[in-house]
Write a new protein. Structure first.
Length: 233
């Protein structure tokens, strides 16, 4: 259900019609939800489970990198709230995904891995603590679009549902016990595209293309018939 809601809203134009395709549906799941939001949440929760026994470690967020990162997120949060207040649903969803992308970028720039845990545990703990709280913020941002995904995220965080804040704050503190690490989304095999089409249809683009080809064939046939000379008998 969450994937359907995401696909329909993210593909929804603000001023005209859209065309549903199974190919795009599969791509939205694999290349956006799974690769972006799912990857961020799962990577952080699994790392915390592996290295910190699913417990938020002691951390601080008063260094330059974290302050600048939080400022970026708060800028996007302001834009998100404005988008929803102006009923720009797709724009709001795009911003929520951008927040998640920045989260992935934060992990990459911080080089979160076993080496960071072993060689700079203070930095590693900070990254995990900030990332856990960003996941909590994301749970609120996605609630208007995919409430079941929000509930799933909160189960992994072992935290109650939260309101969309005006400013991002650190709410999940050191010592908090996290829930079980599980995948938010599952990859859909690209081969399923044809299977879905055969079973459910619904690919307006293919139907339109088929009609165009049929019309073109009829046109060619008419022209050919007009050029044929019928012999007198």
């Amino acid at each position: 259900m969450a994937v359907w809601r995401y696909y329909l809203i993210s593909s929804r134009p603000e001023t005209n019609d859209s065309i549903f395709t199974w190919k795009e549906f599969v791509a939205k799941n694999n290349n956006e939800l799974l690769a972006n939001l799912g990857n961020f949440v799962n990577r952080v929760i699994k790392f915390a489970a592996s290295k910190y026994n699913s417990t938020v470690p002691e951390f601080s967020y008063d260094k330059k990198e974290e302050k600048e990162f939080m400022e970026k997120i708060n800028g996007l949060l302001t834009n998100y709230i404005e988008a929803l207040e102006n009923v720009k649903l797709r724009a709001g969803l795009d911003i929520a995904m951008e927040v998640s992308r920045l989260g992935n970028g934060y992990l990459q720039e911080s080089k979160l891995d076993n080496s960071l845990f072993q060689n700079d545990n203070e930095k590693c703990s900070t990254v995990i603590g900030v990332a856990i709280n960003l996941i909590y913020l994301l749970s609120a941002l996605f609630f208007p679009y995919m409430p079941s995904t929000t509930e799933s995220i909160c189960r992994r965080l072992n935290a109650p549902l939260r309101y969309i804040p005006d400013t991002w704050t650190i709410d999940i503190l050191p010592g908090h016990k996290l829930g079980k690490a599980e995948y938010l989304f599952k990859r859909i095999d690209e081969k399923k595209e044809q299977e879905y089409f055969n079973k459910y249809g619904g690919d307006k683009a293919r139907a339109t293309e088929s009609k165009k080809k049929t019309k073109k064939m009829k046109s060619v046939k008419t022209k050919v018939e007009a050029q044929v000379e019928v012999p007198n008998i």
